[in-house]
Design a protein around this ligand. Structure first.
Ligand SMILES: Cc1cc2nc3c(=O)[nH]c(=O)nc-3n(C[C@H](O)[C@H](O)[C@H](O)COP(=O)(O)OP(=O)(O)OC[C@H]3O[C@@H](n4cnc5c(N)ncnc54)[C@H](O)[C@@H]3O)c2cc1C
Length: 408
């Protein structure tokens, strides 16, 4: 006879572990199925191993989703204060940075996983490792969940918390989409997000390895979209660094999901000067006869000398009969709004999260129960809900996991 539980949670990641705690604290018998040999593998890698588990500025507008109302409803029930209290109650001390990012005081993501695993153990949750849920069938008493190897568990309710598709080596492989699909759920096509950008521009190749602080904005069909300020890293294939990752969601949707051809990122390479001041400075340099390759000296990293002559030509700032003022102005405009056409993105192995997933419109706001099948719930990245980098995605995992476990 298969083992029987009140709740089976598919996925022992951030959302799944909190869902298990939430359910077990209400007195439910709970099993967590995890396809890897251990739970929480991705959690250990978060925040560069430091675990940026929350952001103090947590609010629904910081997320994109097919149903923004769902995010607002869940965060109303389990928002910043509740997430803090939950972890502090488990003994995890927290530290908040100036920009609102919250980390464990230990600076170790492993501390988050440890306190969760201790609580899961204390509550008697049955953790079944190396169990990949491959099939879910229904019966009058609820659900039967089976692995491809023939292991089976039964439950009155199932919480799908298997994550999205990013970083498959850390566990999530998109398998929960197919399980949700069995119950008629529609999947918003998943695309990699917080991901480096593929750009064809000789500048990237020439400057590969170079980092600099920039402002960036995505531009799709002429419409400005996501904005970011931070580090840009030039790579042989294109652009990486936090500034590129932070504008990548809208660009990935445009090129990978909607097959749009006119996607670009506009980069301000000299964000610490106004266009006017930069134009005046460059005009002065042109007038003083600085060599073309040195016109960016002291304003841009030295490696830019490799690309300045071409940059000046592309900016239309090299014509012989042009005034110094006009040449400086044109070059300033080009440096303040360098356009990189985006051809695509890097793949799932380099994407911090997934944009898309189970259509959030098909899930009840208060409980995260499926509108299509009673007793089926969702939590975490498996849903079409995504926050920016900075602690929002883990916050969603905790909040949705806790609410799904309540089942009321
Ligand atoms: C490198 C990296 C760094 C990140 N850093 C941060 C950060 O600092 N802050 C932040 O907020 N977010 C960060 N994120 C995003 C964040 O980690 C995820 O959004 C979050 O972990 C999602 O939680 P989840 O539980 O929904 O999915 P996951 O954490 O992916 O967990 C899903 C689990 O389900 C298991 N599973 C999947 N399918 C099945 C199945 N069929 N049967 C059984 N088990 C299954 C997987 O093995 C996995 O353990 C980062 C992501 C990456 C990749």
């Amino acid at each position: 006879m298969p083992e029987r539980f009140d709740i089976v949670v598919v996925g022992g990641g951030a959302a799944g572990l909190v869902a298990a705690v939430s359910g077990a604290r209400r007195g439910a018998s709970v099993a967590v199925l995890e396809r890897l040999p251990r739970t929480g593998k991705k959690l250990l890698a978060t925040g560069g191993g430091r675990g940026n588990l929350l952001n103090e500025n947590l609010a629904a507008p910081a997320f994109t989703s097919s149903d923004p109302g769902l995010v607002a409803s869940v965060l109303d029930r389990f928002g910043t204060a509740e997430i803090r209290a939950f972890f502090e109650g488990l003994g995890l001390r927290l530290r908040t940075e100036e920009d609102g990012r919250v980390y464990p005081a230990t600076n170790q993501a492993a501390s988050i996983l440890k306190v969760l695993e201790l609580e899961v153990g204390r509550l008697g949750v049955s953790v079944k490792a190396d169990f990949e849920a491959a099939d879910i069938t229904t019966s009058s008493g609820g659900f039967s969940v089976a692995s491809a190897a023939g292991r089976t568990v039964e439950a009155r309710a199932v919480i799908l918390a298997g994550g999205g598709k990013s970083y498959p080596a850390l566990g999530a492989n998109g398998s929960c989409y197919a399980l949700a699909g069995r119950f008629g759920h529609h999947i918003v096509p998943p695309v990699p997000s917080a991901v480096p950008l593929l750009v064809k521009d000789p500048m990237c190749h020439a400057l590969q390895g170079q980092k600099l602080m920039v402002r960036a904005v995505s531009l799709i069909a002429g419409q400005a979209g996501q904005k970011a300020a931070g580090e840009l890293l030039f790579a042989q294939y294109g652009l990486s660094g936090t500034a590129a990752l932070d504008v990548s969601e809208s660009l990935s949707i445009a090129v990978n999901r909607d097959s749009k051809k006119d996607a670009a990122v506009i980069v301000d390479l000299v964000p610490f000067m106004s266009e006017e001041d930069l134009a005046a400075e460059l005009s002065r340099r042109v007038e003083a006869g600085w060599p073309a390759k040195d016109l960016g000296a002291g304003l841009l990293p030295e490696k830019f000398a490799l690309v300045m002559p071409q940059f000046i030509e592309d900016a239309g700032a090299s014509a012989g009969n042009m005034s110094h003022g006009e040449a400086g102005r044109r070059l300033a405009v080009a440096l303040k709004s360098k356009k990189f056409a985006v051809l695509g993105t890097r793949g799932w192995n380099e994407a911090e999260f997934t944009s898309g997933g189970v259509d959030a419109c098909e899930v009840k706001h208060r409980t995260l129960e499926s509108k299509l099948r009673k007793g089926l719930y969702f939590a975490g990245e498996v849903l079409d809900v995504q926050g920016g980098r900075g602690g929002y995605n883990l916050a969603w995992a905790w909040a949705s996991g806790f609410v799904a476990g309540l089942m009321e």
